[in-house]
Write a new protein. Structure first.
Length: 65
């Protein structure tokens, strides 16, 4: 299942890595694509959307949508 998130606060490669790592800890098989300029995080995962959003929030980023 594909989930699209708008994430506020990603400013560098380290931020992208932190978001990716948080998602992969929840689902090691997840495919993560990040477009920092668009504040976009696209995730291919069987995990529930809210669980993925919670993992991103736990890293300190705001999930807007």
């Amino acid at each position: 299942m594909t989930h699209q998130f708008t994430v506020e606060g990603m400013t560098c490669g380290h931020c992208e890595a932190a978001v990716t790592r948080a998602i992969k800890q929840l689902d090691a098989a997840a495919q993560v694509s990040i477009d920092r300029a668009q504040k976009s995080v696209r995730v291919e995962s069987g995990q529930p959307r809210e669980a993925l959003a919670a993992a991103i929030r736990e890293e300190g980023y705001e999930v807007l949508a």
